[in-house]
Ligand binder design. Structure first.
Ligand SMILES: [Zn+2]
Length: 122
């Protein structure tokens, strides 16, 4: 799978190239949102700004991904950022996920396309 930017995601991937987790924040009330959020559900502002998050998170939930032959290939985690939003991303270096595990964001270069967001143990 090749990750491609689509215009709306440029700020996110520009941040990824600097190894920064860039997500959305409301310029009116300061609430934080996931990168795919459009408007502020808190104050009703129609537009959100891009802002750099701390790049840390806490594991909320996860799912294991298996290959056809039954081998586990990856964990996909649901990660709560200290700013508030929850992000879904691959977990790397996490053999035994536990709720509340402290994580940090990492961007892994791919052969093609944009880097892949992963969370690794903090
Ligand atoms: Zn707002």
């Amino acid at each position: 799978m090749t990750i491609k930017r689509d215009g709306r995601s440029d700020a996110f991937f520009d941040g990824a190239l600097r190894d920064e987790l860039v997500i959305r924040r409301c310029g009116e009330c300061g609430r934080w949102y996931a990168p795919d959020a459009a408007g502020c559900t808190g104050c009703g502002a129609p537009k959100l700004e891009w802002a750099t998050a701390a790049g840390t998170g806490t594991l909320v939930s996860w799912a294991a991904v298996y290959s056809r032959d039954g081998g586990r290939t990856a964990h996909i985690g649901l990660v709560e950022l200290p700013e508030g939003p929850w992000l879904q991303a691959a977990l790397s270096g996490v053999d035994t996920p536990v709720e509340g595990l402290a994580l940090k964001a990492r961007f892994t270069p791919q052969e093609e396309g944009e880097p892949l967001l992963e969370f690794v143990p903090a």
